[in-house]
Design a binder for this molecule. Structure first.
Ligand code: BGC
Length: 537
C-alpha cells in the first residue's frame, strides 16, 4: 500500500491518539455540571430548588477515575503489544478499543455502565498515549523530535478544547442528548486514526529490531532521504541503528526486569518521575474540576444554569494556545530549562491561590452549591485574582511540563527497552492521574484551600529533583543519549552517568550534522569536551 513519508503529516495523523485522551478529560468536566447528567446518574436526590444533585462525591470521583484507571492498565499492556506487533499496529488496536468504549458510554443508562465504558475508553487511551510518543520519536530527526512528539500534547489540548465546546453546546439541549451526543461523536476521530495509520510506515527502529533491514532502510529513505536510500543521512542513521541493535543483542538482558538493573534504574526512575510530577503539578485539578473552582469563585448562577462553563472553556483555549511556544522552541530551549521554569511558575500560582483562599474565602453553607467539594466561597477582587492565577497556572503548564512529559521519556531509553520503559512511565502518569481524579474532590471537602498548598509543595520538590537528576537530551540522536548514562566516562557518577546539571543542549551541532557537516563523535557533547557556545542548562 502507498505510504506517506512527510514527517509532519505522519505526526498529524498519529497524534489523533492524543486527541482521544483530551476528549476523555473534558467530556467529564463540562458534563458534571449539567442537569441532564446529574438527573440520569442521581444518587443524592434533589436540593431545595428541586435540582438533581447527582452522584455522591466519592462515586463521582470513581466515575472520573475509571478512565485513568483503564489507561493505567492500557499503558502497561501497550509495551508488550508494541514490542510484539509494532508501534503502529498497537496504536490501531487502541483506536478499535476506543470505538467500543465510546458506544458503551454513549448508551450508558446507569453508573456501572458508564464506569465500564470509561474503563474501556481509558484502556485505549493508555495504549495510544504510551505508544504515539515512541512511534514519533523513532521516526523523527533529532532536531525536531521535541516539536514532533510535542504535537501529541497539542493534540491532547485540542481534544480537551473541542470536546469541551461540543459538550458546552450540547448542554443547551434539553434531555439526555446533552451527554449522549458528545460521547457518541467522539468515536469518529478514532475511525479516522485507524484509516490514516494504514498509509503510514512502521517505525524503522522497530523493523530493524525484527531483522527486516531492507524495509527499515526503505522507511528511513522515505521519511528522511526523499526516497534516496543512499543519502548520507539515511546511511548514517542506518549505521547507528545497526550498531545499537547488534550491541544490544550481544550485551542485553532483554526483559522487563532490566528496567530495574542498577545501570538502568536511574533512567527508569527519571522517566517514571517525569510523568508522576506532571500529574502532581495539579494540572488536572484545573482540567477535571475547573467548574468546582470557578463555582467557588462566584462564576456559577444559582438556578442550575451553565454560566460557569464559558469561563472554564477559556482555560482550555489558553491551554491550546500556550502549547504553541513549546512546539516552536522546545528543541531550542532544551528539556531541563523548560521543566525547571514550569515547576517554578506553577509553584508560584498555586501559592497565590492558596493564599487568596486562605485569607479571603468563607466556608460554603450546606446546600449552597451543588457539590460538597465546592467547600469555600470567595468574592470580589480576590475571586478575580483566583481566576487570573488559575489561568496563569494553565499558561505555565502548557508550554513546559505538558509537552516535555511526553517528549522526554522515550528519549531516555535504549531501543530494546523503549517500548516497555515508556509504557511503564506512561502508566505512572495514569496511576497518579487516577489517584488525583479520585482524591481531589474529597480533598476540597476536607482540607479546602490546603489542597493548593499540597500541589505547590510538589512543584517545589520537582524543581529540585529535575535540577539534580534529569539530564539534557534535546537534539541528541536517540542512540547517543545513552552516552550520558555511561558511568565509565571521566567525571561520571557510578550508576548515574554524567551529572545532570553538567549536560548540555548541543543544538548547533546536530543542526550542522543534519546538514552533513559534523560527525557523530563530535556531537555527543561529553562534559569536559564541550564545544564552545553550547547552551548550558
Ligand atoms: C497530562 C494530562 C493533562 C493534560 C492537560 C497532559 O500532558 O498528562 O493529565 O490533563 O496534559 O493539557
Amino acid at each position: 500500500m502507498y505510504k506517506v513519508g512527510n514527517i509532519y503529516f505522519i505526526a498529524a495523523v498519529v497524534v489523533i491518539g492524543g486527541a482521544l485522551f483530551g476528549f476523555d478529560i473534558s467530556s467529564m468536566s463540562a458534563i458534571i455540571a449539567t442537569q441532564a447528567y446529574l438527573c440520569q446518574f442521581n444518587q443524592l436526590g434533589h436540593n431545595k430548588s428541586g435540582l438533581c444533585m447527582g452522584p455522591t462525591e466519592s462515586v463521582q470521583g470513581g466515575i472520573v477515575a475509571a478512565m485513568p484507571g483503564g489507561s493505567w492498565l492500557g499503558a502497561l499492556v501497550s509495551g508488550i503489544l508494541s514490542d510484539r506487533f509494532g508501534r503502529k499496529t498497537s496504536i490501531q488496536i487502541g483506536a478499535v478499543i476506543w470505538v467500543v468504549g465510546s458506544v458503551i458510554v454513549c448508551a450508558a443508562v446507569n453508573i456501572p455502565m458508564l464506569v465500564v465504558g470509561r474503563i474501556i475508553n481509558g484502556f485505549s487511551v493508555g495504549i495510544c498515549s504510551a505508544q504515539v510518543p515512541v512511534y514519533i520519536s523513532e521516526l523523527a530527526p533529532p532536531s525536531k523530535r521535541g516539536r514532533l512528539v510535542g504535537f501529541q500534547q497539542w493534540a491532547i489540548t485540542w481534544g480537551i478544547l473541542i470536546m469541551f465546546f461540543i459538550c458546552y453546546g450540547s448542554s443547551y439541549i434539553d434531555g439526555k442528548a446533552a451527554f449522549r451526543l458528545p460521547w457518541g461523536l467522539q468515536a469518529i476521530p478514532a475511525i479516522l486514526l485507524y484509516i490514516g495509520l494504514l498509509f503510514l510506515p512502521e517505525s524503522p527502529r522497530w523493523i530493524a529490531k525484527k531483522d527486516r533491514w531492507d524495509e527499515a532502510k526503505a522507511v528511513l529513505a522515505l521519511v528522511h532521504g526523499k526516497g534516496d536510500q543512499n543519502s548520507p543521512w539515511v546511511s548514517r542513521e542506518m549505521a547507528e541503528i545497526r550498531d545499537m541493535v547488534e550491541f544490544e543483542r550481544a550485551n542485553a538482558d532483554v526483559s522487563y526486569l532490566e528496567l530495574l538493573h542498577p545501570k538502568m534504574l536511574n533512567r527508569t526512575s527519571i522517566g517514571v518521575f517525569t510523568q508522576i510530577w506532571s500529574q502532581l503539578t495539579g494540572m488536572n485539578v484545573m482540567m477535571y474540576y475547573i467548574t468546582y473552582v470557578f463555582t467557588m469563585a462566584g462564576l456559577a448562577d444559582s438556578n442550575g444554569g451553565n454560566a460557569v462553563l464559558l469561563p472554564s472553556g477559556i482555560q482550555f483555549v489558553i491551554n491550546v494556545v500556550m502549547t504553541v511556544p513549546a512546539l516552536l522552541w522546545m528543541d531550542r530551549w532544551g528539556r531541563r530549562p523548560t521543566l525547571l521554569a514550569g515547576a517554578f511558575l506553577m509553584c508560584l500560582w498555586l501559592s497565590v491561590n492558596a493564599g487568596l483562599f486562605a485569607t479571603y474565602s468563607r466556608p460554603a453553607r450546606p446546600g449552597e452549591f451543588p457539590s460538597k467539594s465546592e467547600s469555600m466561597t470567595i468574592s470580589g477582587p480576590a475571586a478575580k485574582a483566583v481566576i487570573a492565577s488559575t489561568y496563569l497556572f494553565v499558561a505555565s503548564f502548557a508550554p513546559t511540563w505538558g509537552p516535555v512529559s511526553w517528549t522526554y521519556p522515550p528519549e531516555l531509553y535504549p531501543l530494546r527497552l523503549r517500548g516497555k520503559a515508556v509504557a511503564l512511565s506512561t502508566s505512572a502518569n495514569w496511576a497518579f492521574n487516577f489517584a488525583l481524579a479520585y482524591f481531589v474532590p474529597p480533598a476540597f471537602v476536607n482540607i479546602t484551600w490546603k489542597t493548593y498548598v499540597l500541589f505547590a509543595v510538589f512543584c517545589a520538590a520537582m524543581f529540585v529533583h529535575v535540577y539534580f537528576v534529569f539530564p539534557e537530551t534535546a537534539n541528541k540522536p536517540l542512540e547517543e543519549v545513552q552516552e550520558i548514562f555511561d558511568d565509565s566516562k571521566p567525571g561520571a557518577i557510578k550508576f548515574l552517568g554524567t551529572p545532570a546539571w553538567k549536560t548540555r543542549n548541543t543544538r548547533h551541532l546536530v543542526l550542522q550534522q543534519e546538514r552533513n557537516e559534523v560527525s557523530s563523535e563530535e556531537r555527543v557533547g561529553i562534559p569536559g569536551q564541550e564545544i564552545k557556545g553550547t547552551t548550558s542548562a
